[in-house]
Design a protein around this ligand. Structure first.
Ligand SMILES: [Zn+2]
Length: 144
């Protein structure tokens, strides 16, 4: 039994490392982790359909949002909507809500400092809870 368990663990480690680059990472708030290069931002859709972003350092230690510049473009069927963010406590929170519906793309443009290169993240807005990992589907960490 112990041998079998060891084999399973080795198999799990091998699988994890093989897909390390493509693997979706979720944060402590069950949001989607966006790698800003040296910093990580956690994209999370609140119940009121605003987006909140939490910031972590490379080791996933929580930090107050400071120099990050974030905008999001919701490519909703009703038309594109640009969401701006403002600081609320330690988080960056969108000043407007996501348009009605889901299944559309949200493009998050993020940089860790105003001088950094902008990184684009395309997120498919699927808000239902995944039964496998318990995250919202946009932050699902299950293997396909
Ligand atoms: Zn899942």
């Amino acid at each position: 039994m112990k041998t079998l368990l060891n084999i399973l663990i080795i198999a799990a480690i091998a699988t994890t490392s093989a897909f390390a680059d493509a693997k979706v990472k979720a944060g402590p708030r069950k949001g989607l982790i966006l790698d800003l290069g040296g910093k990580q931002a956690e994209f999370f859709v609140e119940k009121d359909r605003t987006i909140s972003i939490a910031v972590y350092d490379a080791a996933m230690k929580a930090q107050a949002a400071s120099t990050e510049v974030i905008t999001a473009i919701a490519e909703a069927p009703s038309g594109k909507a640009k969401l701006e963010f403002e600081k609320k406590g330690d988080l960056l929170v969108s000043t407007t809500k996501l348009p009605e519906g889901e299944g559309y793309q949200v493009v998050v443009q993020a940089k860790s400092t105003p001088d950094a290169k902008t990184k684009n993240f395309r997120i498919k807005l699927q808000l239902y809870t995944c039964k496998g990992c318990g995250n919202a589907e946009y932050a699902c960490t299950c293997d396909e």
